[in-house]
Design a protein. Structure first.
Length: 244
């Protein structure tokens, strides 16, 4: 482990009491933003994220249009008050541009773009409170928003991060783990085929550690996918109508 003096894992327990394989709790509320085509609010541990999808609409400025298919545009932002450290107060920075880009790329792989030539589909992800893993939460939340908007997709992506403390693999890193772990790997998955739509890596893992990490992602994915589908289904039940 990096020599920080912070023990992220002791006697098989993490600082917040989780075991290496435990995920933080997740809650998803469908369609909180009435003006959007589809939207979702998500709490993932201490992260609070809203995603809203607009479009398809004419791609503007016109030079951004593709005559053969829709273009996906994404804006990920952290609210100025979202972080204890105040890092989020700088508006659109290099990190936000990167996360916006990788989020758009996930959806370029699932949305059936050629049904909407010349148009743009806008995904907005706003992080209201952050505690590590906000890009994963944003993608997972935006997938629900996209589905609720009725835009056809081949699959319902989810994302989660996995990492390494010493030689141990841990799932769903919170901020302190993200900052001080030996590796941090956000992954987005298309669950029908378990194909990888995003994989970023800060640090290194052996092949065996990587395989363990990916298996943890796929196991957690079953739970995350179910929560996404429950949120979608709730729109069509009595319980869902109170949000609708
Ligand atoms: O959020 P995610 O793990 O996808 O991205 P990160 O760049 O690895 O950031 C990890 C965490 O650090 C974020 O979730 C925030 O809690 C915090 N952070 C922050 O407070 N201010 C920043 N400018 C960047 C990160």
């Amino acid at each position: 482990m990096k020599n920080t003096g912070i023990k992220l894992l002791e006697n098989g327990r993490r600082l917040d009491g989780r075991s290496p394989k435990d995920m933080r709790s997740i809650k998803i509320i469908p369609n909180p933003i009435k003006n959007a085509g589809g939207s979702a609010y998500m709490e993932w541990g201490k992260n609070k994220v809203v995603a809203a999808v607009y479009g398809p609409s004419e791609a503007l400025p016109r030079h951004t249009a593709n005559p053969d298919k829709a273009v996906i545009k994404c804006r990920y932002m952290m609210a100025p008050f979202s972080s204890e450290e105040g890092h989020g107060r700088v508006g659109m920075n290099r990190r936000a541009i990167e996360i916006s880009k990788v989020t758009a790329e996930v959806f370029e792989n699932v949305v059936i773009l050629d049904q909407f030539p010349g148009t743009e589909i806008n995904i907005y992800v706003e992080v209201l409170q952050s505690d590590g893993g906000t890009r994963a939460a944003g993608i997972t939340c935006a997938a629900v928003a996209m589905a609720l908007s009725g835009i056809p997709m081949k699959d319902l992506p989810y994302a989660i991060s996995v990492g390494k403390v010493g030689e141990d693999i841990i799932l769903d890193l919170d901020k302190i783990e993200d900052n001080y772990s030996d590796a941090d790997m956000p992954v987005a998955i298309l669950p029908r085929t378990d194909s990888v739509a995003l994989l970023q890596m800060d640090g290194t893992m052996s092949k065996t550690q990587f395989d363990t990490a990916m298996q943890m992602v796929l196991d957690a994915g079953k739970i995350i996918s179910k929560l996404q589908k429950d949120a979608l289904m709730s729109q069509y039940t009595e319980q869902g109508k109170k949000y609708g």
